[in-house]
Write a protein of this length. Sequence first.
Length: 118
Amino acid sequence: MNDLTKLASKISQQLESFINMLQEEKQKQEFSLLYFETKMLWIINWKSTNYLKEYCELEIWKDNNKYSLMCNYKAEAVLENLTEELFLLEEKTIKELLAKSDEVLNEFRKDVQKFSNQ
């Protein structure tokens, strides 16, 4: 298994566990996880009382020989769409992203909890 596959698998597994915990603790919010490991995209959404759609996403993409990772909060309404960049790591190797993956996932989980509690 190459490092990119390891990273994608680790993110998916940890977010699946996180979603299971959220679903037990906050059943009314109807949390769900949508991910595409081959596209390096993970989305956690929840039932919103303020918007039509509300979610946090984590995305990894390749820039030349390096990778970037970004996490965003997004909310969609009839007349407005909001996007807030939560954090960005640029020009990292996969090994560097793997080394920071626990820190990134912890921050992402905190952000999901923060925004879903608003």
